[in-house]
Design a protein around this ligand. Structure first.
Ligand code: FE
Ligand code: MN
Length: 360
């Protein structure tokens, strides 16, 4: 018997028995493995939807004008502290984007079995490439010595510690991990939590806040625009890994013991402590409009949002967001003069071909 499947405004007629068998065989892990990218019928609709959203947000570093930033970088209008924040931003993210991309390509995308999960993870990895490329664009525009940036992530103890915190859960999990044991399933779940919620979800937000705060004062607006685009991408990455984590646990409920939940909360506590140390390194003295106390509280607020999203208990219940303007920045579409042209262009092109995301 035939059955019509709809994805957006595209229709597919599939044999019902075959479609149901294919659907049943799809699992986050230990499912049917095929060399063909057999997306139909979709089981993880969220993965396909996020793939479409991410594609519509496509941007390229060269879309952004750097002339004003270059003039400011060379001028005396900028303090040493402000310059230091930019250096820390470029230094930390140059390493971090690569670590995230490596973990997706060599750990998570290798271990999941459903094709639509591989689809969205492929896009995720590509966005990390765009972010890494945007940092090269900043380095070359400002004339920064690349070795100076490299030295930052090798020598600043708070950056070294943040990087060690995440690579500890990725280096041991390479492609041949046996996922039939619950211990290893737990390692993968923890990896998804560490990368999606602790790193991209929490430890990226100190610098996002500081750099966007500078841009708000008209300092380094080109770099600010790139970080705003990056922040929008990261919001989707956090959702990719949160959904992956939730579905992995739903399909493998033995993972979810009280001890494991406690381990995750403790891991987030460690992530928050490392991020606060890093924030204090970025803001050694008070800088106009930037107080390390406010950014530290912001991290507490963000971390609890991530824990809540994963159904875990909070570290600081009731903590307020001390930087409400930053929350508004996350929805880039509301920004009127913010490089609308190019984004709209990509969105238009995709909706002409495939129908808008609203149809999905
Ligand atoms: Fe990124
Ligand atoms: Mn990311």
């Amino acid at each position: 018997m035939d059955k019509v499947f709809k994805i957006g405004n595209r229709e597919f007629v599939l044999d019902q028995d075959k479609a149901e068998a294919a659907y049943q065989a799809k699992r986050v892990i230990n499912g049917y493995k095929s060399m063909a990218f057999n997306l139909l019928p979709l089981k993880y609709q969220w993965a396909y939807d996020l793939y479409r959203t991410m594609k519509a947000n496509h941007w390229e570093p060269e879309d952004i004008q750097m002339q004003k930033d270059i003039e400011q970088w060379r001028s005396n209008d900028i303090t040493q502290n402000e310059r230091w924040i930019i250096m820390m931003g470029i230094g930390y993210f140059s390493a971090a984007e690569g670590i995230v991309g490596d973990n997706i390509q060599h750990v998570v995308r290798e271990l999941v079995t459903a094709p639509e999960l591989k689809l969205v993870l492929g896009r995720h990895a590509h966005e990390e490439n765009i972010h890494a490329d945007s940092l090269l664009y900043m380095i070359s525009s400002l004339g920064i010595n690349p070795h100076e940036c490299e030295a930052l992530f090798e020598q600043i103890p708070s950056i070294v510690k943040k990087n060690e915190f995440v690579t500890r859960t990725s280096h041991s999990l390479r492609r041949d991990l046996d996922l039939t044991t619950v211990e290893n399933q737990r390692l993968l779940a923890k990896n998804c939590f560490v990368f999606g919620q602790c790193m991209e979800g929490t430890q990226f937000y100190g610098l996002f806040g500081m750099i966007l705060s500078l841009a708000r004062q008209q300092k380094f607006v080109g770099i600010g625009q790139m970080f705003q685009y990056t922040l929008r991408d990261e919001s989707n990455h956090i959702e990719v890994f949160r959904n992956l984590f939730m579905d992995l646990i739903e399909e493998n409920p033995d993972i979810w013991t009280p001890e494991f939940r406690q381990e995750l909360v403790d891991t987030m506590r460690e992530a928050v402590a490392l991020e606060k140390e890093f924030i204090r390194d970025c803001l050694p003295v008070a800088t106009v409009g930037l107080s390390s106390e406010e950014f530290e509280q912001y991290i507490d607020f963000v971390a609890d949002k991530r824990l809540d999203g994963c159904g875990l208990p909070l570290l600081n219940p009731g903590v307020k967001n001390p930087l409400p303007w930053l929350a508004e920045q996350q929805d880039i579409k509301r920004e009127t003069n913010f490089f609308e042209g190019r984004v709209t262009e990509y969105q238009k092109a995709s909706s002409l071909l495939l129908g808008s995301d609203d149809d999905l």
